[in-house]
Design a protein around this ligand. Sequence first.
Ligand code: CTP
Ligand code: CA
Length: 224
Amino acid sequence: MDKQHGDKGLAGKRVVITAGPTREPIDPVRYISNHSSGKMGYALAVAARDAGAKVVLVSGPVNLESPAGVDVRAVITAEDMLKAASLAVDEGCDLFVATAAVADYRPENCASDKIKKSSETMALPLTRNPDTLATIAGRSDAPFTVGFAAETSDVAHYAKDKMQRKNLRMIVANDVSAPGLGFNSDDNAVTVFWSGGQETIGPDTKKRIASRLIELIGERLKQE
Ligand code: CTP
Ligand code: CA
């Protein structure tokens, strides 16, 4: 183990990260999605790579360059994301980090032809998407699993509740109502919770937040 990598606790570890939004098709030309840029997930992938990990990045559609030395697997929908993430975990995974902003619902049916407008109002039946993070954390061979929680109020309360419900080792809470931070921004501020501790990181660049997060995760992982 060289010194640079040994210090960060991820040398030789296999890491799978989800990032970006998902897109849920309505018809051949339309979809449901969100404003996630993928920047936090990509910054984490780079930080994990620099800490000596072998990184698979399961990415929804983003406008970002694939980081060198990271195995990027492009997906579109939430269902694709679950499949790609499960496969990557099957291949071997010590640490799973879900930063993706997955669409919670998808249209029940994707119309095969472009939908024509008719009446003044229109209802679109939606159905729940699978939860990649909860599925991976619920496996009998679950890796050390870290989730993100995007909240606009009661951030600590909702984040800790998600950590418990989804059976996570750590959760990174993100107040997406803060102006200039979070979704689609270069900056962020987060509070990380784990059983028996918490730490607030930022406001700072997503790059610096990612490297502190990887350090913290490495420390917790080492104590397992
Ligand atoms: N997540 C996931 N698959 C989903 C929904 C969420 O993997 N279908 C992951 C996200 O990547 C994130 C965490 O679960 O790491 C929390 O996502 P969030 O949207 O904050 O929470 P939800 O569980 O979807 O609950 P809600 O949106 O109702 O607050
Ligand atoms: Ca959600």
